[in-house]
Design a protein around this ligand. Structure first.
Ligand SMILES: Nc1nc2c(ncn2[C@@H]2O[C@H](COP(=O)(O)OP(=O)(O)OP(=O)(O)O)[C@@H](O)[C@H]2O)c(=O)[nH]1
Ligand SMILES: [Mg+2]
Length: 333
């Protein structure tokens, strides 16, 4: 996935197809002067559906799909032939997509399961052909129904669950690097702060074809809640993650202090952030030899009492399997 693939909100305009016209037709055949009415019905207009797809994680694919239109029903014709139904449109969305009416803000429905299919906009009914209107008093009705119009509406699609794990850390902590080694995402990585300007998602393939999603967001600094750095604007992207992973580089002079600042900024943004499962990852541990690591560990065991933490190195590929195992456990507890 590329920079800024993190789309959790789109507005789209959908319209269903209109129903085809019923036909006004009288049967004609050689030697039969006045045949009866045989006008067929119009086909129904195409519906617009939403369909759940568990392989999708964002609404990115709909970002530029402004108008989605189903086909119109075909008109009926003689010999009682019914017009073809209009082509239906299927909009695939990730599980956890909530659909709202743009005008009223009312929640229309939610897609939660793989393959779940719900009609967003119903196609107009086809009109009845004149064949239906024959009666004892009128054997040759010369009228039929027009098709009903389709419906059009503006809707908002919003993703409730974006990713399972959100990465939180100061700029340069190694968040994007971690995303790039755990997933096939290719975020921009560089040795300067605020390399990441837009959130990225990556899918971690786990044992036995399981997977979970990690979100990498721009770095947070002290005062983000007051708008410092890039502010806390991007925190909304991890607001709904169930687990937060705090990244602090091993060469940080006060590791626990940096962690406290991050927690504090998150709390200022939304106190509920603290209800999430969290774990601290000390990154860039390739810069440390075993002896120093043991010393640091003794220190951190005291300062981090109760908060789970672990050492990793994305570059040297240390602790990554263990990290995945722990995250998986946290997500499935
Ligand atoms: N030695 C070492 N360096 C690392 C490791 N992981 C990341 N780095 C380096 O740290 C720097 C910052 O890495 P990024 O992944 O861009 O950091 P980030 O947290 O995404 O930074 P922002 O996007 O600016 O918030 C880069 O120069 C990386 O090469 C690691 O495991 N070991
Ligand atoms: Mg980054």
């Amino acid at each position: 996935m590329t920079e800024g693939n993190f789309v959790d909100y789109v507005k789209i305009y959908v319209s269903s197809g209109k129903g085809g016209k019923g036909s006004t037709h009288l049967h004609r055949e050689k030697f039969i002067e006045k045949g009866g009415p045989d006008g067929g019905d119009g086909g129904r207009g195409g519906h617009v559906y939403l369909v759940g797809n568990k392989g999708l994680w964002t609404l990115f694919h709909l970002k530029f799909a402004r108008h989605i239109k189903a086909g119109n029903g075909g008109d009926g014709s003689g010999d009682r032939s019914t017009g073809a139904d209009g082509d239906d449109k299927y909009i695939e969305v990730p599980l956890g997509t909530v659909v709202k009416d743009k005008e009223t803000g009312e929640i229309l429905f939610e897609i939660t399961e793989e393959g779940e299919k719900q009609i967003l906009s119903r196609g107009g009914k086809g009109g009845l052909g004149n064949w239906h209107f024959r009666s004892s008093t009128n054997q040759t009705p010369r009228y039929s129904q027009p098709g009903l119009p389709g419906a059009e509406m503006d809707v908002i699609l919003e993703l409730k669950v974006l990713a399972d794990v959100g990465l939180v850390g100061f700029p340069n902590a190694g968040k994007s690097t971690l995303l790039s080694v755990l997933t096939s995402a290719k975020p921009k990585i560089a040795d300067y702060p605020f390399t990441t300007l837009k959130p990225n998602l990556g899918i971690v393939a786990y044992r036995d074809f399981q997977s979970f999603v990690i979100a990498d967001i721009p770095g947070i600094i002290e005062g983000a809640a007051e708008g410092k750095g890039l502010g806390h604007y991007f925190l909304r992207h991890i607001e709904r993650n169930s687990t937060l992973l705090f990244l602090v580089p091993v060469d940080t002079p006060d590791i626990k202090g940096e962690y406290d600042i991050l927690v504090n900024e998150l709390t200022k943004y939304n106190p509920e952030m603290l209800d999430k499962e969290r774990m601290v990852v000390i990154s860039k541990c390739d810069m440390l030899d075993d002896e120093l690591k043991a010393e640091l560990k003794a220190e951190l065991d005291v300062s981090f009492k109760g908060v789970p933490y672990m050492f990793i190195s994305s570059i040297a590929q240390q602790g990554l399997t263990e990290l995945k195992d722990k995250l998986w456990k946290m997500l499935n507890e």
